[in-house]
Ligand binder design. Structure first.
Ligand code: HXC
Length: 286
């Protein structure tokens, strides 16, 4: 759907790029001509991903094993990137999550999520931004959030709180650093199956629960990874440089499904609609 050289000349960092959605976005960016650096905690996973993607796309891809919970590791790794080639884009994708009743969470459990999603994402963003601001470079940041930033979500409260914080970061920095050439947007995906997320968010769910989950989405299906990669490439591209400070849902309409008072009317039969229409007409005549 894009011209093949859409991202030519760009250098994009994808945190958590060795697996899941980060991997799929990396593939999309490489196919559009970007040079991509991927970070993750496991070097073997990164190296295997890079080898496969370089083979598949012929693109230039670099890896670095970085735990974004560690500010010193972030600084050192960002220095290594800049020594090679400054970034033009950052995709904040690395995250952690698991479902649990909130009252069961220990301080360490809360921090297991917040230290990656909330603290880590901010520190990566700030480390890159300082270098862009010093050099007067233009750049685009896209953060992968969830639709819970608008609705909240039970049973994943540390994630919902942390991602909502990043939504605030996106809007705040779009205004603070927009005048200096940096733009900040975010994507709020609904369910896009990945092993990492499904193992922790839908553990041991049979086909029945999986079907129920799909039925609750207006489009009646999960998202395709390529659809998310397309949106991320779109937001990174210079051709849409006027988009700044937005969080865009890509969820088949899922987060709106229970909005209003009438979402349950899907099950009404044609006969019942006729009866209701007759009842309304009777009421109108009274
Ligand atoms: C309750 C739990 C728990 C659980 C861990 N803890 N799992 N508590 N229920 N299921 C507690 C532990 O008991 C411990 O506290 C503390 O959390 C830290 O546990 P560790 O095992 O040491 O955690 P850690 O090694 O830091 O790993 C946590 C993690 C891990 C980083 C989140 O699960 C992970 O590596 N995840 C991979 C990435 C991931 O999760 N991807 C999915 C993202 S999906 P105590 O007090 O006992 O020591 C996403 C959005 C999806 O973000 C949107 C879908 C619509």
């Amino acid at each position: 759907m894009f011209q093949e050289n859409l991202l030519n000349g760009s250098h994009i960092l994808v945190t958590g790029g060795g697996s899941g959605l980060g991997y799929s976005m990396t593939r999309g960016f490489l196919a559009l001509g970007a040079e991509v650096t991927i970070w993750g905690r496991r070097r073997a996973v990164l190296d295997e991903a890079a080898a496969t993607l370089a083979d598949e796309t012929g693109g230039r891809i670099h890896t670095d094993a970085v735990d974004i919970r560690d500010p010193d590791a972030i600084e050192a790794a960002v220095d290594r990137i800049w020594a090679h080639k400054p970034l033009t884009g950052l995709v904040n994708n690395a995250a952690g999550n698991f479902i649990a009743p909130t009252e069961s969470l220990s301080p360490r459990a809360f921090n297991a999520i917040a230290s990656i999603v909330f603290h880590g994402t901010f520190m990566v963003t700030n480390a890159c931004a300082r270098r862009w601001l010093d050099a007067g470079d233009r750049a685009s940041v896209v953060s992968i959030l969830t639709t819970w930033v608008w609705t909240g979500s039970p049973f994943v409260v540390p994630s919902a709180m942390s991602k909502a914080g990043l939504d605030a970061m996106t809007k705040s920095l779009a205004v603070e650093w927009g005048p200096r050439g940096l733009r900040f947007n975010a994507i709020a995906p609904g369910p896009f199956p990945t092993k990492g997320a499904w193992d922790r968010l839908m553990p041991d769910t049979g086909e029945d629960l999986d079907q129920k989950s799909r039925d609750a989405i207006p489009m009646k299906r999960y998202g395709e990874h390529s659809e998310l990669a397309n949106l991320a490439a779109f937001l990174l591209a210079d051709q849409v440089a006027y988009i700044n400070g937005q969080t865009i849902a890509i969820d088949g309409g899922q987060h709106l499904n229970n909005a209003g008072s009438f979402a349950h009317l899907w099950d009404v039969t044609p006969d019942q609609w006729e009866q209701m229409r007759a009842a309304i007409e009777t009421a109108n005549k009274r």
